[in-house]
Design a protein around this ligand. Structure first.
Ligand code: ADP
Ligand code: MG
Length: 389
C-alpha cells in the first residue's frame, strides 16, 4: 500500500525525523493562508499523488508570495499529474504547502528488501535528487549499499561506514545522519514497510539534514496489524480495476497486452502469461482467482476482465484442485448473465469436477472456444486477439 508524501512526513515526525514545516490544503485559499502561516520568503507547493518524479512533471513549484502559492495550488488541484512513473496521470486532490529550504547538497536514502540476498538493504548516494534513476543505470557504484540483519536491525557502525563513503565527515552532520539511518531501520521493521525512501535528504546551508521528500510503501500482507496505517489509504490514487479486484480479494495486476487471463494459482498464472508470450501474444493482466473462488468471486473477476477495453480475447485456464471446475463454470455463466460477453472466450478446464464444468458451459449456450490443453488455449487466445479465429 502506498501513502502520500504528507502522510509519510506525519509518520516521520512521530519518529522525530527532521521534516520541513508544511500544511496540506485542498483549495487555493487554504494554500494562500498556509503560505502566510508558514511565513518563509519562499514556499514550495507540492502535488500529492502516489507517484515520484513530480518535480520534473511540474508537480513541485516554488512560490515567492502567498498569492503565488494560491495561484499554483489552483492550477494543480482538480487536475491530473502525469509523470514518467505514471503516464496516465493521477488526480491531484490536495497539495502540500511547505517551507522553502536552503539546499546545499541532495542525498538519496532508500531502504527496501533486497530479494537476492533476502535481507533489507540501506542505499545511500551523494548524487541524490531528481536524477537518481539515471544514476542507478549509468553509475550504480555511486549508490552505497549496506545489508541489514533482520534479527538486529541496522547497527551504528554500518551507518557510519555509509556516511564516510558518501562524504559525510563533519562530526555534527555525521551524528545527525547516523540518527536518521537508525530511525529509518527501526521504522522499516516496526511499520512493516516494504520501502522507505528519502529523495532528497538535503544538507542545508545551515548545516542540518532535512527530509525534503518522503515515501513509505507498506507490505499489504502485514496491514492487518496496522489499522492506523490502513486508514491512510487514498483510493482515488488506485487504478479502478485494481481497486475492484481488491474489493473481491482477487490478485489482479493490469498489464499492457490484450489477452485477458483468468487463472487459479499464482504459479499457473505466471506460466499462462509465459505461454501466451511464447506464442506471440501479450497478456492484459495477471489474475489469480485463488483457491477459494466462489461463483460470485469468479463472476466479479470475469466482469473485471470484460471492463478492460484493451482486452480483445479472454483465456480462462483453470486447473481445478481446491477450486472446482463447476464453480468456475458457474461463475462464467453468472457473469455472462450480467454483462454481455462480446469477446472471444477460450476455456481450458482440467481437474476436479471437470466433466460437470464442461457440461455446464456447453449447455449454457455461451459462445465458448474449448481448448484441450494450455498450449492449445494460449495459441487460440493469441489468434483470437488478433481477430484471426
Ligand atoms: P519528486 O521526487 O516527486 O520529484 P520531491 O519532493 O523530491 O518530488 O521534490 C523535487 C525537488 O524539489 C527536490 O529534489 C528539491 O530539489 C525540490 N524541493 C522539494 N521540496 C522542497 C522544499 N521544501 N524546499 C526547497 N526545495 C524543495
Ligand atoms: Mg523526490
Amino acid at each position: 500500500m502506498k501513502i502520500h508524501e504528507y502522510q509519510a512526513k506525519e509518520i516521520f515526525k512521530k519518529y522525530k525525523l527532521p521534516v520541513p514545516n508544511g500544511i496540506v490544503v485542498y483549495n487555493a485559499q487554504e494554500a494562500e493562508e498556509a503560505a502566510k502561516e508558514l511565513g518563509t520568503p519562499v514556499v514550495v507547493v507540492k502535488a500529492q499523488v502516489h507517484a515520484g518524479g513530480r518535480g520534473k512533471a511540474g508537480g513541485v513549484k516554488l512560490a515567492k508570495s502567498p498569492e503565488e502559492a494560491g495561484k499554483i495550488a489552483s492550477e494543480m488541484i482538480g487536475n491530473r499529474l502525469r509523470t514518467y512513473q505514471n503516464p496516465e496521470g493521477l488526480p491531484i486532490n490536495c497539495v502540500l504547502v511547505e517551507a522553502g529550504v536552503n539546499i546545499d547538497k541532495e542525498f538519496y536514502v532508500g531502504l527496501t528488501l533486497d530479494r537476492e540476498v533476502s535481507r533489507p538493504v540501506l542505499m545511500v548516494s551523494a548524487a541524490g535528487g531528481m536524477e537518481i534513476e539515471e544514476i542507478a543505470k549509468t553509475n550504480p557504484e555511486l549508490i552505497i549499499k549496506e545489508h541489514i540483519d533482520p534479527a538486529i536491525g541496522l547497527l551504528p557502525y554500518q551507518a557510519r561506514k555509509i556516511a564516510y563513503k558518501v562524504g559525510i565527515t563533519d562530526k555534527n552532520l555525521l551524528s545527525q545522519f547516523v540518527k536518521i539511518a537508525m530511525t529509518l531501520s527501526k521504522m522499516y521493521f516496526e511499520l512493516d514497510a516494504s520501502l522507505i525512501e528519502i529523495n532528497p535528504l538535503v544538507q542545508t546551508k545551515e548545516g542540518e539534514f532535512i527530509c525534503l521528500d518522503a515515501k513509505i510503501d507498506f507490505d499489504d500482507n502485514a496491514l492487518f496489524r496496522h489499522k492506523d496505517i490502513q486508514e491512510l489509504e487514498d483510493t482515488t490514487q488506485i487504478d479502478p480495476l485494481e481497486l475492484e479486484a481488491k474489493k473481491w480479494d482477487l490478485n489482479y495486476v493490469k498489464l499492457d497486452g490484450n489477452i485477458g487471463c483468468m487463472v487459479n494459482g499464482a504459479g499457473l498464472a505466471m506460466a499462462t502469461m509465459d505461454t501466451i508470450k511464447y506464442y506471440g501474444g501479450e497478456p492484459a493482466n495477471f489474475l489469480d482467482v485463488g483457491g477459494t473462488a466462489t461463483v460470485e468471486r469468479v463472476a466479479a473477476a470475469f466482469k473485471l476482465l470484460l471492463s478492460d477495453p484493451n482486452v480483445k480475447a479472454i483465456f480462462v485456464n483453470i486447473f481445478g484442485g481446491i477450486v472446482r471446475c463447476d464453480r468456475i463454470a458457474g461463475g462464467i455463466i453468472e457473469a455472462a448473465k450480467q454483462v454481455e460477453l462480446d469477446r472471444p472466450l477460450i476455456v481450458r478446464l482440467e481437474g476436479t469436477n471437470v466433466e460437470l464444468g464442461r457440461k455446464m458451459l456447453e449447455e449454457s449456450g455461451l459462445n465458448i472456444i474449448p481448448a484441450k490443453d494450455m498450449a492449445d488455449g494460449a495459441q487460440k487466445a493469441v489468434k483470437a486477439a488478433k481477430g484471426k479465429l
